[in-house]
Write a new protein. Sequence first.
Length: 258
Amino acid sequence: MPKLWLAANWKMHKTVSEGQAFVARLVEQIPGLIKPGAGEIRVLIFPGFVSLQSVAAAARDTTIRIGAQDCYFEAHGAFTGEVSLPQIKDGGGSAVLIGHSERRHVLGEDNLLVAAKLKATVNAGVLALLCVGELAEERDAGNAFSVVDEQLETALANRSGITERTLAVAYEPVWAIGTGRNATIPDVEEMALYIREKLLEYVDEEHGREVSILYGGSVKPGNLAAYMGIPDITGALVGGASLDADSFAALYREMEGP
Ligand code: 13P
Protein backbone atom coordinates (compact mmCIF):
# COMPACT_ATOMS: atom_id res chain seq x y z
CA MET A 1 0.00 0.00 0.00
CA PRO A 2 1.45 3.41 -0.90
CA LYS A 3 1.99 5.87 1.89
CA LEU A 4 -0.77 8.42 2.21
CA TRP A 5 -0.61 12.13 2.92
CA LEU A 6 -3.04 14.10 5.05
CA ALA A 7 -2.02 17.75 4.84
CA ALA A 8 -3.46 20.76 6.67
CA ASN A 9 -3.16 24.20 5.12
CA TRP A 10 -4.06 26.62 7.90
CA LYS A 11 -3.77 29.62 5.56
CA MET A 12 -3.84 32.90 7.56
CA HIS A 13 -5.47 31.31 10.61
CA LYS A 14 -4.26 30.36 14.10
CA THR A 15 -2.02 32.08 16.58
CA VAL A 16 1.03 30.42 18.16
CA SER A 17 -0.96 29.13 21.12
CA GLU A 18 -3.81 27.91 18.93
CA GLY A 19 -1.34 26.00 16.78
CA GLN A 20 0.25 24.36 19.80
CA ALA A 21 -3.16 23.46 21.25
CA PHE A 22 -4.14 21.89 17.93
CA VAL A 23 -1.13 19.57 17.97
CA ALA A 24 -1.78 18.54 21.58
CA ARG A 25 -5.42 17.77 20.83
CA LEU A 26 -4.64 15.93 17.60
CA VAL A 27 -2.12 13.67 19.32
CA GLU A 28 -4.63 13.00 22.09
CA GLN A 29 -7.09 11.88 19.41
CA ILE A 30 -4.55 9.94 17.32
CA PRO A 31 -1.91 8.51 19.70
CA GLY A 32 -0.41 6.57 16.78
CA LEU A 33 1.20 9.86 15.73
CA ILE A 34 3.63 9.68 18.65
CA LYS A 35 7.06 8.52 17.50
CA PRO A 36 7.95 6.05 16.13
CA GLY A 37 4.42 6.24 14.67
CA ALA A 38 2.03 3.42 14.05
CA GLY A 39 0.29 4.19 10.78
CA GLU A 40 0.72 4.55 7.05
CA ILE A 41 -0.59 8.11 6.99
CA ARG A 42 1.87 10.97 6.94
CA VAL A 43 0.47 14.11 8.52
CA LEU A 44 1.79 17.42 7.29
CA ILE A 45 0.78 20.77 8.78
CA PHE A 46 1.34 24.12 7.09
CA PRO A 47 1.00 26.86 9.75
CA GLY A 48 1.66 30.53 9.10
CA PHE A 49 5.31 31.62 9.28
CA VAL A 50 4.99 33.16 12.74
CA SER A 51 3.89 29.88 14.33
CA LEU A 52 5.92 27.46 12.18
CA GLN A 53 8.70 27.06 14.73
CA SER A 54 6.44 26.73 17.76
CA VAL A 55 4.16 24.21 16.04
CA ALA A 56 7.25 22.24 14.95
CA ALA A 57 8.44 22.23 18.56
CA ALA A 58 5.00 21.10 19.76
CA ALA A 59 5.16 18.24 17.23
CA ARG A 60 8.73 17.23 18.10
CA ASP A 61 7.84 13.83 19.62
CA THR A 62 5.44 12.96 16.83
CA THR A 63 5.70 11.90 13.19
CA ILE A 64 3.86 15.09 12.13
CA ARG A 65 5.86 17.10 9.62
CA ILE A 66 5.66 20.86 9.45
CA GLY A 67 5.84 22.95 6.30
CA ALA A 68 5.65 26.57 5.16
CA GLN A 69 2.84 27.98 3.02
CA ASP A 70 5.28 29.80 0.76
CA CYS A 71 8.98 30.62 0.41
CA TYR A 72 11.28 32.91 -1.49
CA PHE A 73 13.69 31.50 -4.03
CA GLU A 74 16.78 33.36 -2.83
CA ALA A 75 18.58 32.01 0.24
CA HIS A 76 19.23 35.44 1.81
CA GLY A 77 19.51 39.10 0.95
CA ALA A 78 17.57 42.34 0.71
CA PHE A 79 14.06 40.93 0.15
CA THR A 80 12.00 42.59 2.84
CA GLY A 81 9.09 40.52 4.01
CA GLU A 82 10.19 37.31 2.32
CA VAL A 83 11.20 34.06 4.03
CA SER A 84 13.95 31.80 2.72
CA LEU A 85 14.38 28.06 2.68
CA PRO A 86 17.31 28.10 5.13
CA GLN A 87 15.07 30.04 7.55
CA ILE A 88 12.21 27.57 7.06
CA LYS A 89 14.49 24.58 7.63
CA ASP A 90 16.04 26.16 10.70
CA GLY A 91 12.56 26.71 12.11
CA GLY A 92 11.72 23.03 11.73
CA GLY A 93 10.01 23.05 8.34
CA SER A 94 10.63 20.20 5.91
CA ALA A 95 8.05 20.99 3.23
CA VAL A 96 6.72 24.04 1.37
CA LEU A 97 3.45 24.69 -0.45
CA ILE A 98 4.41 25.98 -3.87
CA GLY A 99 1.99 27.89 -6.08
CA HIS A 100 -1.10 27.60 -3.91
CA SER A 101 -4.07 29.05 -5.77
CA GLU A 102 -4.30 31.96 -3.34
CA ARG A 103 -0.66 32.82 -4.05
CA ARG A 104 -1.40 32.64 -7.77
CA HIS A 105 -4.78 34.34 -7.94
CA VAL A 106 -4.90 36.65 -4.90
CA LEU A 107 -1.21 37.53 -4.57
CA GLY A 108 -0.37 37.47 -8.27
CA GLU A 109 2.27 34.73 -8.60
CA ASP A 110 2.82 33.54 -12.15
CA ASN A 111 4.09 30.18 -13.39
CA LEU A 112 7.68 31.44 -13.68
CA LEU A 113 7.84 32.62 -10.08
CA VAL A 114 6.29 29.31 -9.00
CA ALA A 115 8.98 27.48 -10.99
CA ALA A 116 11.77 29.46 -9.31
CA LYS A 117 10.36 28.67 -5.87
CA LEU A 118 10.00 24.99 -6.72
CA LYS A 119 13.59 24.78 -7.94
CA ALA A 120 14.90 26.46 -4.79
CA THR A 121 12.84 24.14 -2.60
CA VAL A 122 14.04 20.99 -4.35
CA ASN A 123 17.64 22.23 -4.23
CA ALA A 124 17.27 22.80 -0.49
CA GLY A 125 16.23 19.15 -0.06
CA VAL A 126 12.78 20.20 1.14
CA LEU A 127 9.55 18.59 -0.07
CA ALA A 128 7.74 20.84 -2.56
CA LEU A 129 3.99 20.35 -2.55
CA LEU A 130 3.17 21.93 -5.91
CA CYS A 131 -0.42 23.11 -6.18
CA VAL A 132 -2.13 23.18 -9.55
CA GLY A 133 -5.72 23.76 -10.60
CA GLU A 134 -7.98 25.70 -12.90
CA LEU A 135 -10.43 28.56 -12.35
CA ALA A 136 -14.17 27.95 -12.87
CA GLU A 137 -14.16 29.93 -16.11
CA GLU A 138 -11.18 27.95 -17.39
CA ARG A 139 -13.02 24.68 -16.74
CA ASP A 140 -16.22 26.01 -18.29
CA ALA A 141 -14.26 27.01 -21.40
CA GLY A 142 -12.84 23.47 -21.68
CA ASN A 143 -9.34 24.59 -20.70
CA ALA A 144 -8.87 22.81 -17.36
CA PHE A 145 -6.33 20.36 -18.75
CA SER A 146 -4.29 22.89 -20.70
CA VAL A 147 -4.12 25.21 -17.67
CA VAL A 148 -2.88 22.40 -15.43
CA ASP A 149 -0.46 21.26 -18.14
CA GLU A 150 1.09 24.71 -18.38
CA GLN A 151 1.38 24.95 -14.59
CA LEU A 152 3.16 21.57 -14.47
CA GLU A 153 5.33 22.08 -17.52
CA THR A 154 6.65 25.46 -16.37
CA ALA A 155 7.18 24.36 -12.78
CA LEU A 156 8.99 21.16 -13.79
CA ALA A 157 11.03 22.62 -16.65
CA ASN A 158 14.15 22.26 -14.54
CA ARG A 159 13.71 18.73 -13.31
CA SER A 160 17.10 18.08 -11.78
CA GLY A 161 16.75 16.68 -8.29
CA ILE A 162 13.02 16.06 -8.65
CA THR A 163 11.96 12.71 -7.23
CA GLU A 164 9.06 11.42 -5.17
CA ARG A 165 11.04 12.55 -2.10
CA THR A 166 11.26 16.17 -3.21
CA LEU A 167 7.95 16.61 -5.05
CA ALA A 168 4.26 15.96 -4.45
CA VAL A 169 1.45 17.55 -6.46
CA ALA A 170 -1.88 18.80 -5.12
CA TYR A 171 -4.74 19.15 -7.57
CA GLU A 172 -6.91 21.93 -6.20
CA PRO A 173 -9.53 23.24 -8.62
CA VAL A 174 -9.84 26.89 -7.60
CA TRP A 175 -13.64 26.85 -7.72
CA ALA A 176 -13.69 24.03 -5.15
CA ILE A 177 -11.54 25.81 -2.57
CA GLY A 178 -13.46 27.05 0.44
CA THR A 179 -16.73 26.92 -1.48
CA GLY A 180 -18.24 23.65 -0.29
CA ARG A 181 -18.60 22.86 -4.00
CA ASN A 182 -16.23 19.94 -4.23
CA ALA A 183 -15.12 18.42 -7.49
CA THR A 184 -16.83 15.23 -8.62
CA ILE A 185 -15.02 11.92 -8.32
CA PRO A 186 -14.93 11.34 -12.13
CA ASP A 187 -13.52 14.85 -12.67
CA VAL A 188 -10.76 14.32 -10.10
CA GLU A 189 -10.04 10.84 -11.42
CA GLU A 190 -9.65 12.15 -14.96
CA MET A 191 -7.40 15.01 -13.87
CA ALA A 192 -5.29 12.80 -11.59
CA LEU A 193 -4.67 10.44 -14.51
CA TYR A 194 -3.73 13.40 -16.68
CA ILE A 195 -1.34 14.73 -14.02
CA ARG A 196 0.25 11.28 -13.75
CA GLU A 197 0.84 11.20 -17.52
CA LYS A 198 2.42 14.63 -17.38
CA LEU A 199 4.64 13.64 -14.43
CA LEU A 200 5.93 10.67 -16.44
CA GLU A 201 6.71 13.08 -19.26
CA TYR A 202 8.12 16.03 -17.30
CA VAL A 203 9.92 14.20 -14.47
CA ASP A 204 10.68 10.72 -15.84
CA GLU A 205 9.18 7.25 -15.93
CA GLU A 206 10.82 6.07 -12.73
CA HIS A 207 10.15 8.99 -10.41
CA GLY A 208 7.06 10.37 -12.15
CA ARG A 209 5.23 7.18 -11.31
CA GLU A 210 6.01 7.52 -7.59
CA VAL A 211 5.22 11.21 -7.04
CA SER A 212 2.17 11.54 -4.76
CA ILE A 213 -0.91 13.31 -6.09
CA LEU A 214 -3.23 14.87 -3.51
CA TYR A 215 -6.71 16.29 -3.95
CA GLY A 216 -7.75 19.56 -2.29
CA GLY A 217 -10.96 21.59 -2.36
CA SER A 218 -13.73 21.43 0.25
CA VAL A 219 -12.52 18.12 1.66
CA LYS A 220 -14.31 17.36 4.90
CA PRO A 221 -15.22 14.36 7.04
CA GLY A 222 -17.66 12.31 5.01
CA ASN A 223 -16.33 13.08 1.52
CA LEU A 224 -12.66 12.16 1.87
CA ALA A 225 -13.00 8.38 1.49
CA ALA A 226 -14.44 8.70 -2.02
CA TYR A 227 -11.42 10.73 -3.20
CA MET A 228 -9.07 8.23 -1.61
CA GLY A 229 -10.73 5.55 -3.71
CA ILE A 230 -9.31 7.17 -6.87
CA PRO A 231 -6.31 5.10 -8.00
CA ASP A 232 -3.91 8.01 -8.55
CA ILE A 233 -4.90 9.98 -5.45
CA THR A 234 -2.77 9.22 -2.39
CA GLY A 235 -3.66 12.09 -0.13
CA ALA A 236 -5.59 15.25 0.60
CA LEU A 237 -4.72 18.90 1.19
CA VAL A 238 -7.31 20.37 3.50
CA GLY A 239 -8.10 23.97 4.37
CA GLY A 240 -11.26 24.72 6.36
CA ALA A 241 -11.75 21.24 7.80
CA SER A 242 -8.15 21.16 9.01
CA LEU A 243 -8.59 24.04 11.44
CA ASP A 244 -10.35 22.02 14.11
CA ALA A 245 -8.28 19.17 15.57
CA ASP A 246 -11.29 16.90 16.05
CA SER A 247 -12.38 17.38 12.45
CA PHE A 248 -8.82 16.75 11.25
CA ALA A 249 -8.65 13.62 13.42
CA ALA A 250 -11.91 12.47 11.80
CA LEU A 251 -10.27 12.92 8.39
CA TYR A 252 -7.32 10.85 9.58
CA ARG A 253 -9.63 8.02 10.65
CA GLU A 254 -11.57 8.24 7.40
CA MET A 255 -8.31 7.97 5.48
CA GLU A 256 -7.31 4.93 7.53
CA GLY A 257 -10.48 3.24 6.35
CA PRO A 258 -12.73 0.78 8.13
P1 13P B 1 -10.66 24.13 1.64
O1 13P B 1 -10.45 22.74 2.19
O2 13P B 1 -11.09 25.11 2.69
O3 13P B 1 -11.55 24.11 0.44
O4 13P B 1 -9.22 24.67 1.14
C1 13P B 1 -8.48 23.88 0.31
C2 13P B 1 -7.12 24.46 0.19
O5 13P B 1 -6.92 25.51 -0.38
C3 13P B 1 -6.00 23.72 0.79
O6 13P B 1 -4.79 24.21 0.33
